[in-house]
Design a protein around this ligand. Structure first.
Ligand code: C2E
Ligand code: MG
Ligand code: MG
Length: 452
């Protein structure tokens, strides 16, 4: 009974209560120059190990982590598993560099693939380190190690972070954002903005990209690149992504039928195999044709679970939906992905377009090559982030098919689409009157006019 009260039976290390007791004691007795560090460890994506290999394999993996820790620890160190996939350590007699070295060695040891019931399992570890550098109590020391762990999770997992005071602010900001997101998800506080995409040959509006917006409560917006990864890590992206698909298809159903709507996807939306059903349902509900919907994926998404994503993309294409590779050129730019997945469209990342402005001659060559590659693989090519006439002219001369950027229109609420289209049509009529040629409804003005 005494053993059960003090130890965690599965791994044989201490339990939470014993750890806090022992740490409190160590902190009380600590002399000013005595080295002590509190380390919090967490297995990255432990749920995936459980889901893929089963709970028994998950248990075996945790025992493996405990063994790796015990192998590296000395007699004076305190090791515990407070629960789940977390371990807490108090390391004595090691300086900051030695603690970091310990944690790195542990991370490598845990990362070595092991065979559990005939299956190879490998896991990754995140660590938060607090080097005790002043008299403190157990709650404060644990809080600081936790803040450092949290920071290392945000910074990309499979890594470690050493606590510093500025992390507290980052953590508070993150908690506030999480709270805001929780509230936004519960009360459907998100909004979709739409940014126009134009045909390069006629300058006509070809469609709009739906972009997620979250109000910052002060008249502005929280940038999606800030909140989307948080929505992903909180497990909310499926719910929000489903809402985006429903909302975008319903809105686009009221547009002239030659206009398309593009929706960005997150890799997590492919994970539970419900995406195809969601898209089918949204098309049926809204009455939008499959060919009016375009889904955008990024290269980084394709690096894992390739087969699973490829089969879902195939099913989506069978619905008439087109698939675009977004932000091309920023990831691995793997030709394998382009060829294997059969994309309909390539969207060149705006960093290349921005480079044109600095008169970077290589940027022009790279753009030329990407556009040619896209065309050879039967894809249409869109340039993102066009802000100047010069960029538009260069891209037009390179036979880029579609243009998107602030030059043609910033993302705006759905209610501004009708006035936008009307405005463009008026521009076209004026232009036609000047040239003596008739204007065709819905094609919009030429690029030259749009640029003015
Ligand atoms: P993205 O899909 O590449 O979207 C284009 C981004 O470039 C948008 O940023 C847009 O406002 C911005 N942009 C467009 N033209 C210009 C320009 O001329 N100059 C500059 N400087 N920027 C321009 P935004 O709206 O902040 O979105 C950022 C990213 O967030 C998107 O990049 C996309 O990856 C992601 N995102 C947005 N909405 C969703 C969504 O509903 N679901 C998912 N999973 N991701 C989304
Ligand atoms: Mg996009
Ligand atoms: Mg993009």
């Amino acid at each position: 009974m005494e053993y059960l009260a003090r130890y965690e039976p599965m791994t044989g290390v201490l339990n939470r209560a014993s750890f806090t007791d022992r740490l409190s004691e160590a902190l009380l007795q600590r002399q000013a120059d005595e080295q002590l560090a509190v380390v919090f460890l967490d297995v990255d994506d432990f749920k995936a190990i459980n889901d893929t290999h089963g709970h028994e394999a998950g248990d075996e993996f945790l025992k493996h982590v405990a063994r790796c820790i015990q192998r590296l620890c000395g007699e004076d160190d305190i090791v515990a598993r407070p629960g789940g996939d977390e371990f807490t350590l108090a390391l004595r007699g090691r300086g900051a560099d030695e603690v970091v070295d310990f944690v790195e060695r542990l991370r490598r040891a845990v990362g070595e693939p092991i065979v559990i019931r005939g299956k190879t399992v490998s896991g990754r570890l995140c660590s938060g380190i607090y080097i005790v550098d002043q008299p403190t109590d157990m709650a404060d020391a644990m809080h600081k190690a936790d803040v450092a762990l949290y920071q290392s999770k945000i910074d990309g997992k499979n890594t470690h972070r050493v606590f510093c005071e500025s992390m507290e602010d980052a953590m508070r900001a993150r908690w506030a954002l999480e709270q805001q997101l929780r509230e936004a998800v519960e009360n459907e506080r998100f909004e979709l903005y739409y940014q126009p995409l134009l045909r390069a040959d006629t300058g006509a509006c070809a469609g709009f990209e739906a972009l997620l917006r979250l109000s910052d409560g002060q008249g502005g917006h929280v940038p999606p690149i800030t909140f989307i990864p948080v929505l992903e890590s909180m497990g909310f992206i499926n719910q929000v992504g489903k809402w985006v698909i429903e909302q975008a298809t319903a809105t686009a159903a009221s547009w002239p039928s030659h206009l398309t709507v593009s929706v960005n996807l997150s890799v997590r939306q492919f994970q539970d195999q419900t995406l195809v059903g969601q898209v089918k349902h949204a098309l049926a509900q809204s009455g939008l044709r499959g060919s009016q919907l375009e889904l955008e994926v990024t290269e980084s998404m394709l690096m894992e679970n390739t087969d699973c994503i490829a089969s879902q993309l195939k099913e989506l294409r069978a619905l008439g939906v087109s698939i675009a590779m977004d932000d091309f050129g920023t990831g691995y730019s793997s030709l394998g992905y382009l060829w294997q997945f059969g994309f309909d469209k390539l969207k060149i990342d705006r960093s290349f377009i921005a480079a044109l402005e600095q008169n970077d001659s290589q940027a022009r060559e790279i753009l030329d090559t990407i556009i040619m590659l896209g065309h050879k693989l039967d894809m249409s090519v869109t340039a993102e982030g066009i802000e100047t006439d010069h960029q538009a002219q260069v891209l037009a001369s390179l036979a880029c098919d579609h243009f998107q950027g602030y030059l043609y229109g910033r993302p705006a609420p759905a209610s501004e689409i009708a006035p936008y289209l009307l405005d463009r049509f008026r521009g076209e009529v004026a232009l036609a009157e000047r040239s003596g040629k008739p204007a065709t409804a819905g094609t919009g003005p030429t690029l030259a006019a749009a640029g003015k």
